[in-house]
Design a protein around this ligand. Structure first.
Ligand code: S3P
Length: 462
């Protein structure tokens, strides 16, 4: 069928936020002590799986039909990039449809690819662009432009990619090649983004590409790749997991039902724990064991968190999570758990303020290079709200007393999770907690406010 670009709005639509635009108009918000949260809710689709479904759809042949896609700005930017690379993306009813071009079949985009705030979007897409004879300029917002890209460019360069001027941050120009060389690569940090970029590039290299991960990180790329018809071999060794993909597979478009995001659900779970009398159920949450370290930690703190109705959804395990307000105790969270809850530390730290005693969160070096330096932003945000928090190297120690004074204004640094974590903190505090901006919440969880309010939370413009 002839493909008329003009028919596909996503093919050309620019990112409304634009590169380097740090908020033209920040939207501060205040959260106030709530009475009791209750109800059954469904949170939006998992961000990691949403990005991957669009990208794997692009490098498969034929249509990939996706339901439950997270319609946050990060994922929409990935959809725009996929469209700009020659794979029309459209929405029919609740279903997003990507017309894939097969491995190595993408085409030169007409302009820059703008990934906005999304590290996952740009880093995974670099792995795909790597395998094509094309020159692509990649850009992002002020937060993304500060984040390290060398961790992706190092292995991709070994495979044959060139980076103009040797840039290590956005904006950068990548020159891919259709003759990528397969490599064996040991991850220098526990990062699913690095792992995924190398595996996606490996799909475009003749032969076998292996990634060795000393600590398990989220494995959605591996699971979905198999589901689309790829070969992924996983071997547990004393050095860690060896994950091998075989190059240039024929991937076929599939139907993907994206499970809901445990990282978004974490804010609701946290709110229910700290607001006395609360009892909520979050339906159909992804409970892949590489993602649920936060819930394990809550249980260790004494939280009444239970999983019901476990089931499989498109190769991923899901369950309903019930959370009741609980008396919590401080715990030590070991470094080995960090990859399975890396995005949940800001909200865990806020919950820990309501526990009795110290919560020691160890091995948090990676938190410093997220959408903001989350280690510093979390400690500072707690301190301005009267909570004792200390950073000792890569460890964050929060001293909980069961009570939070609140009354502070939290600097969010273009970071959606800092904003949501501190709005959650305010729901149990004596005085309102204000965050200086909430605009970035739309990158991952646009429904955050209405869903929280539906459970009984109170927010107000300051
Ligand atoms: C993600 C991996 C994590 C996580 C991010 C999503 C992914 O980053 O923080 O929100 O989808 O692969 P790292 O792999 O860099 O730790």
């Amino acid at each position: 069928m002839a493909d008329d670009p003009a028919r596909h709005a996503l093919r050309v639509a620019p990112n409304p936020r634009g590169p380097f635009v740090s908020h033209a108009s920040p939207k501060p918000l205040m959260s106030k002590r709530a009475e009791r949260l209750s109800g059954r809710v469904t949170v939006p689709g998992d961000k990691s799986i949403s990005h991957r479904s669009l990208m794997l759809g692009a490098i498969s042949t034929g249509e990939t039909r996706i339901t439950g896609l997270l319609e946050g700005e990060d994922v929409i930017n990935t959809a725009r990039a996929v469209a700009a690379l020659g794979c029309p993306v459209r929405k029919e009813g609740d279903t997003w449809i990507v017309l894939g071009r097969g491995v190595g079949g993408l085409s030169q985009p007409a302009g820059d690819l703008d990934f906005g705030n999304s590290g996952t979007g740009v880093r995974l897409m670099m792995g795909i662009i790597a395998g094509h004879d094309m020159r692509v300029r990649l850009v992002g917002d002020a937060s993304l432009s500060r984040r390290p890209m060398g961790r992706i460019l190092d292995p991709l360069t070994r495979m044959g990619v060139e980076v103009e001027g040797g840039a290590r941050q956005l904006p950068l120009v990548l020159r891919g090649t259709s003759s990528l060389v397969p490599i064996e690569y040991r991850l220098p940090v526990a990062s699913a983004q690095i792992k995924s970029a190398v595996l996606l590039a490996g799909l475009h290299a003749l032969g076998r590409t292996t990634v060795i991960e000393p600590e398990a990180t989220r494995d959605h790329t591996e699971r979905m790749l198999r589901y689309f018809g790829g070969t992924v071999d996983v071997e547990e060794t004393k050095d860690g997991r060896r994950i091998t993909v075989t190059g240039v597979p024929e991937l076929a478009g599939r139907t993907v039902a994206v499970p809901t995001d445990p990282s978004s659900a974490a804010f609701l779970a946290g709110a229910a724990l700290i607001v006395p009398g609360s009892d909520i159920t979050i339906a159909g949450v992804l409970v892949n064991e590489t993602r649920i370290g936060f819930y394990t930690t809550l249980q260790e703190m004494g939280a009444d968190v239970t999983f019901a109705n476990p089931r499989d959804q498109g190769g991923e395990p899901v369950a309903d999570i019930r959370v009741k307000a609980s008396r919590l105790n401080g715990v030590r969270v070991p470094a080995a758990r960090a990859p399975s809850m890396i995005d949940e530390y800001p909200v865990l730290a806020c919950i820990a303020a309501y526990a009795q005693g110290d919560t020691r969160m160890e091995g948090l070096a990676e938190l410093k290079v997220k959408e903001s330096d989350r280690l510093a932003a979390t400690a500072t945000g707690l301190a301005v709200n009267g909570v004792k928090a200390a950073v000792d190297g890569d460890t964050l120690i929060v001293t909980g007393t069961g009570k939070v004074a609140g009354g502070g204004i939290v600097a969010t640094h273009l970071d959606h999770r800092i904003a949501m974590a501190f709005l959650t903190l305010g729901l149990g505090a004596a005085n309102p907690v204000t965050v200086d901006d909430t605009a970035m919440i739309a990158t991952s969880f646009p429904q955050f406010r209405p869903l929280m309010e539906g459970l009984g939370a109170h927010f107000a413009e300051p």
